[in-house]
Design a binder for this molecule. Structure first.
Ligand code: ADP
Ligand code: GN1
Ligand code: MG
Length: 364
């Protein structure tokens, strides 16, 4: 079925004018839909059902969470159409359209006049991003995590990611293991750190919450006029998790001075001023909801999630590039290198990172 026929299955405001590829996500296929003689636009997405085999549970999670968020934004006098993702139903009132052959499609209202950053240049924009993600967790604090399905089991279980990495080395499906001996050693040297977050969750030292789990900087829309982070997008991985996952992934992506797939490692660095800016916004946004233990572990979250992401890129490289979209042969390896460089940089500044979080919390 072609995209124009798919679009007709949804309750759009008029006749489709154009459908064009959009955005830089690594997982789904995203298109911008324009409507004839109208300024309303939509985002049409084909879900990656290989990654999200439980697309029904996923769409159910999104529906539940967006409904709650809309009520909260409404009650606070916000603009729901700009501050919340709005699913557009199909003509049969479903949240997605399924085509046999494992194709699942959905439509969101397009939020106009926003920018998505791949690299952050301005600390104030990143501070606003931190505030938005902090608020997101605080707003969902009363939401019962058990009512959501675990879309991808063990998504941020870093110890489990490590085991999958070891299996990938053993299976060596792509016959590339001999090319990445140093990278494999890099991970193995850090093996004892990898379960710090899951252990803290398992022993109830930190709470299980409803978290976003994919808080990279291009998953938040920044209002062009005000520079405020107005709408958190890419809700596919919302499920029970730790605040450290969300904090960590924003730091991984936003404090990098270069792109995630920068080949020139000399320009990849961890910007601690951006770390401070994000901490300020995040701690303001989450307010009293953060626990002392979570605060003390923020820097650990940043390091582990960055390491985990590098391990995931390396695992996919070993598996033959079957998970993340890639544009060239070594793309996953290039991405792995940027993440490992950031890990080293963060490790060497971890005490400063901890001091920054404590100082900001004390001043709030
Ligand atoms: P992926 O899961 O593949 O990362 P996303 O849901 O993040 O897909 O969408 C990809 C890109 O599309 C985003 O980075 C953003 O630029 C854009 N986008 C997605 N949804 C919207 C929306 N409702 N309004 C405006 N832009 C959007
Ligand atoms: C993927 O979907 P996207 O591009 O926002 C991935 C994240 C990784 C990220 C690395 C469902 O995010 O977990 O951190 O790439 N999403 C999924 O850039 O695996
Ligand atoms: Mg995305």
């Amino acid at each position: 079925m072609i995209k124009y026929d798919i679009a007709k299955k949804f309750k759009l405001s008029g006749e489709v004018d154009s459908i064009t590829p959009y955005g830089e996500g690594h997982i789904n296929d995203t298109f911008l839909v324009t409507i004839k003689n109208s300024s309303t636009q939509y985002i049409l997405q084909r879900l990656n059902t290989k990654v999200f085999s439980n697309y029904r549970g996923l769409m159910d999670n999104i529906q539940k969470v967006t409904t709650v968020l809309r009520d909260i934004v409404n009650s606070q006098g916000g603009d729901v159409d700009r501050e919340c993702m709005q699913l557009i139903p199909t003509i049969d009132e479903k949240s997605y359209y399924y085509v046999s052959g494992n194709d699942c499609w959905r439509v969101y209202l397009f939020v106009k006049d926003t920018i998505v950053y791949q690299v952050i240049d301005f600390p104030d924009v990143f501070e606003n991003t931190g505030e938005a993600f902090g608020k997101f967790i605080a707003r969902l604090d009363g939401f019962d995590a058990n009512t959501l399905c675990e879309v991808i089991p063990n998504f941020h279980n870093t110890a489990d990611r490590y085991n999958k990495f070891l299996t990938a080395i053993e299976q060596n499906k792509s016959n590339r293991a001999h090319l990445v001996k140093d990278e494999i050693d890099f991970v193995k040297q850090r093996a004892n750190k990898l379960s710090l977050i899951v252990d803290a969750l398992d022993t109830n030292q930190i709470p299980l919450r409803v978290t976003h789990n994919d808080t990279k900087i291009n998953n938040v829309l920044i209002d062009k006029a005000s520079g405020k982070a107005i709408c958190i997008i890419d809700l596919d991985t919302i499920m029970p998790g730790s605040l450290l996952y969300d904090f960590g992934d924003s730091i991984r992506s936003g404090c990098n001075t270069a792109l995630e797939d920068e080949k020139d490692l000399s320009i990849v660095d961890f910007d601690i001023n951006l770390y401070e800016a994000y901490c300020k916004g995040f701690l303001r946004g989450i307010g009293e909801k953060i626990t002392d233990k979570e605060l003390e572990m923020l820097h650990i979250g940043a390091i582990i999630i960055t390491l985990e992401c590098g391990i995931r890129f390396l695992t996919d490289y070993l598996d033959g590039d079957v998970y993340f979209k890639t544009q060239y042969d070594d793309h996953n390896l290039v991405r792995c290198h940027t993440q490992f460089k950031l890990v080293e940089k963060m490790e060497s500044q971890s005490q400063q990172m901890l001091a920054i979080a404590r100082k900001i919390k004390n001043n709030i």
